[in-house]
Design a protein around this ligand. Structure first.
Ligand SMILES: Nc1nc2c(c(=O)[nH]1)N[C@@H](CN(C=O)c1ccc(C(=O)N[C@@H](CCC(=O)O)C(=O)O)cc1)CN2
Length: 288
């Protein structure tokens, strides 16, 4: 490691996966069946196929069962909804996930609305997101990437309470939920987006900066408050075709107190958190 403040998502996610594996073994040794994740993939996007393959492989490595339903690009919304409903009714399935994005002719909201909230291990159902956003309410599950961001901060020994947190991006799957989660942990949260004025100045106020805006290396060294925690959720390709984030890592690491790389930062946490949520769903069923 070239400097002391790298937040190593590969290493942290490996230790989470190990603890999930041990908990799955314990559950099975108590006579319960293994947790089971059901995955729906619609279309032929290569990135989505890779994510689904990695989710299934990780599940197998941890002793979690998985089943998948792969539909062609031409599948109808009703076909997808029918599969979600059949998974809802299957008592041997603990978690259901619909890989996003869906083809443009399918209404994502209509599909996600159908998932049983007790099996919503991706945490995208509007009731789960709504509960995340309300005082004193607790969702069944929190979305995996935002949960991974919080876990990276916690496991790096950084306190969130009372900090100024700035979230760059307001997407349903990252920006919005991570902002709610930081607020629930008593940070003072500012959400910035494409229409925000004085973006650089807003970012410079952040003790914790979470960037999920989808612009290659947008955040530069002079956007960072010295010592700040920088969590980069971006996944872009640079001028050489290499995977990179929304933060200019080589510049910003000189100023940040803690920083995540891309790849090897938030990305690996997404699947680790999915496995944890699937285990939790089975535990809720068996251990209550
Ligand atoms: N239903 C869902 N769809 C999507 C989600 C999600 O959480 N649920 N998130 C993303 C894609 N995604 C998982 O589905 C995902 C993205 C990235 C990674 C990851 O490990 N990234 C690595 C780099 C991998 C590479 O080399 O290409 C990293 O950053 O180190 C895992 C999962 C959208 N859809």
């Amino acid at each position: 490691m070239e400097f002391g403040n790298l937040i190593d998502g590969k290493q942290i996610s490996a230790s989470i996966r190990l603890s999930v594996k041990e908990d799955v073994e314990r559950l099975v040794s108590q006579g319960h069946r293994a947790p089971c994740l059901a995955v729906i993939l619609v279309g032929e996007r290569v990135d989505s196929q890779t994510y689904v393959r990695n989710k299934k492989k990780t599940a197998a490595d941890l002793g979690i069962q998985s089943i998948d339903k792969v539909l062609p690009e031409s599948a109808t919304q009703q076909q997808v909804i029918d599969i979600v409903r059949s998974f809802n009714n299957d008592k041997d399935i603990d978690g259901i996930l619909v890989q996003l994005p869906l083809p443009s002719h399918i209404n994502e909201e209509a599909v996600l609305n159908e998932i049983d909230i007790a099996k919503d291990v991706d945490g995208f159902h509007p009731i789960n997101i709504g509960k995340l956003s309300m005082r004193g309410r607790k969702p069944e599950f929190e979305p995996c990437t935002p949960k991974g961001c919080i876990e990276l901060i916690d496991r790096s020994g950084i306190s969130i309470q009372g900090k100024n947190a700035v979230v760059l991006g307001r997407s349903n799957i990252v920006g919005l939920p991570v902002a709610m989660m930081l607020m629930n942990r008593d940070a003072t949260v500012t959400i910035c987006h494409s229409k925000t004025k004085d973006l650089k100045e807003k970012c410079r106020e952040a003790d914790i900066l979470v960037v999920a805006i989808g612009q290659t290396k947008l955040v530069k060294k002079d956007w960072i408050k010295p010592g700040a925690v920088v969590i980069d959720v971006g996944m872009n390709t640079d001028e050489n075709g290499k995977l990179c984030g929304d933060v200019d890592f080589n510049e910003c690491k000189q100023v940040a107190g803690h920083i995540t790389p891309v790849p090897g930062g938030v990305g690996p946490m997404t699947i680790a958190m999915l496995m944890k949520n699937t285990l939790t769903s089975a535990q809720k069923k068996f251990c209550n």
